[in-house]
Design a protein around this ligand. Structure first.
Ligand code: FAD
Ligand code: NAI
Length: 462
């Protein structure tokens, strides 16, 4: 048994970042993690492996579709599935090993095992009980279950199983046109699978600016993904390793079936708090099963905090990381602040889709007068050269003050380009501030500047 200033439960991006910040601020800190490796969902079965698979399959797509036009002749590579999975696993290992190194460097103890909180100030792991002045719950999330659908992680899989399939399916049905469904759907479409996405709502990617969502759907359709929208999945039956998906179209209640080799259930995630013992402690929860916290991430039980996917807000690694730093700084007596209005979201398909702040729909709902500045990547020299002219940058700015309220990018490197706008928003920038900033030529970032120019007297290359 040991005593700590802070014990963090969970070593995902929320937990490990919190622990490192605590150590940097002079606290004695340990992290309890039950998985065999550090890094949580993100590094083990989420962000990192999915991006490795997206990268590998994008390379294949480039070889198949664009190499010959650049004078790079020869047969496109064939897929060695085992090696692709090995590359993904090696990427995971490098990243999870990196966190272990950072723990050692910062003198963060890793208590191996599953932790629970028998009472405030105590964390139990196996038979050991450790003392902690502060406990931070960062236990993350798990895939939501869908009534009538039993996941076996072989034929009917969550994202975890989809990153480990024994072979590339001929036909993949994806339930849910959200971030996971579209990223992993893209991976398998590029690998030659027939991919059909069944979505409950009438549009893909709920919450996204509607114009971008429509454009995104068109692009994915061109890449071979098929969409059935407004369809509520009723059940999935598995026989001889083949699945039958039954869904009802919401518009007329008609019932339909689809056959598939693999079904990916990607209908959202929910906080994972099982086994922590927080029910018995009386930790208050929201109606949606999240841990209730105040502005300093404190639960209703003194000395117990919660962050990341276990609490309200977007389930994103960088949101969890920001909260990890903020809770550590708050415990150290500082006055941290996370700006929830400026948390970017990125979908790592090709092209990428990135957004931050308000959408046209949210501004209309608020009755706020706004201007739109748009610029297509077709007008960007670098994008044209790189076969990346599809898509556009869209800035939403206050009609009177020109202050940037939101940004939406569908196009090359959108996930990187969005950060110029995030920094601008943090500083309360107007579109004119970006428009008057010199951008190097030829870069994709010129498209962001042109969209800012379009909010004023006009873009130059449109
Ligand atoms: P987690 O990363 O879930 O970590 C929680 C950790 O706590 C786990 O390791 C778990 O084993 C451990 N734990 C739980 N209970 C206990 C206990 N009682 N004792 C000990 N340990 C415990 N987000 C992005 O921002 N970008 C992306 O590209 C992205 N891609 C994703 C792709 C997929 C397929 C998935 C599933 C998610 C993706 N996400 C992405 C979401 C991202 O992974 C999560 O938002 C993020 O990991 C949340 O971090 P966290 O620290 O709150 O929890
Ligand atoms: P999601 O919330 O993004 O999408 C789920 C989709 O499933 C929604 O479109 C919803 O309408 C649909 N749906 C729900 N029930 C349905 C039903 N019965 N039939 C058909 N469709 C149904 O959830 P997803 O994709 O599972 O991702 C979970 C979380 O992981 C997200 O919150 C996301 O933020 C995070 N993530 C982030 C990534 C990134 O940042 N690039 C990548 C992958 C995941």
């Amino acid at each position: 048994m040991s005593s700590y200033d802070v014990i963090v439960i969970g070593a995902g991006p929320g937990g490990y970042v919190c622990a490192i910040r605590c150590a940097q601020l002079g606290m004695k800190v340990a992290v309890v993690e039950g998985r065999a490796t550090l890094g949580g969902t993100c590094l083990n079965v989420g962000c990192i492996p999915s991006k490795a698979m997206l990268h590998a399959t994008h390379m294949l797509h480039e070889a198949e579709h664009n190499f010959a036009s650049m004078g790079l002749k020869g047969k496109a590579p064939s897929v060695d599935w085992k090696q692709m999975l090995a590359y993904k696993d090696e990427t995971i290992a490098q990243n999870t090993g990196g966190i272990e190194f950072l723990f050692k460097k910062n003198k963060v103890d890793w208590i191996k095992g599953w932790g629970s909180i028998p009472e405030a100030g105590k964390v139990k792991v196996g038979d050991d009980v450790h003392d902690a002045k502060h406990i931070v719950i960062a236990s993350g999330s798990e895939a939501s279950a869908l009534p009538g659908v039993e996941v076996d992680e072989k034929t009917v899989v969550t994202s975890t199983g989809a990153l480990e399939l024994g072979k590339i399916p001929k036909k993949l049905v994806v339930i849910g046109a959200g971030v996971i469904g579209l990223e992993l759907g893209s991976v398998y479409a590029r690998l030659g699978a027939e991919v059909e996405v069944v979505e409950f709502l009438d549009a893909i990617t709920p919450g996204m600016d509607a114009e971008i969502a429509r454009q995104f759907q068109k692009m994915l359709t061109k890449q071979g993904l098929k969409f059935t929208l407004g369809a509520a999945v009723q059940s999935v039956a598995v026989k001889n390793n083949k699945a039958t998906v039954t869904y009802k179209l919401r518009k007329d209640d008609s019932e339909h079936t689809l056959q598939a080799d693999t079904v990916l259930v990607a209908t959202g995630r929910k906080p994972f708090t099982a086994g922590l013992g927080i029910d018995a402690l009386g930790v208050e929860m929201t109606e949606r099963g999240q841990i209730k916290i105040d502005g300093k991430y404190a639960t209703n039980i003194a000395g117990i905090y919660a962050i990341g996917d276990t609490v309200e807000g977007p389930m994103l690694a960088h949101k969890a990381e920001d909260e990890g730093m903020a809770v550590a700084e708050g415990i150290a007596g500082q006055q941290p602040h996370v700006n929830y209005g400026v948390i970017p979201g990125v979908i790592y398909t090709h092209p990428e889709v990135a957004n931050v702040g308000e959408t046209e729909e949210s501004l209309k709902k608020q009755g706020r007068a706004y201007k739109v500045g748009k610029f297509p990547f077709m007008g960007n020299a670098r994008a044209k050269a790189n076969f990346a002219g599809d898509g556009f940058v869209k800035l939403l700015v206050d009609a009177t003050t020109d202050r940037i309220l939101g940004a939406h990018i569908i196009g090359p490197m959108a996930g990187d380009l969005i950060h110029e706008i995030c920094v601008g928003m943090e500083f309360g920038a107007a579109a004119e501030d970006i428009a008057r900033t010199c951008h190097a030529h030829p870069t994709y970032s010129e498209a962001v500047r042109e969209a800012a120019l379009a909010c004023g007297d006009g873009a130059i290359h449109a």
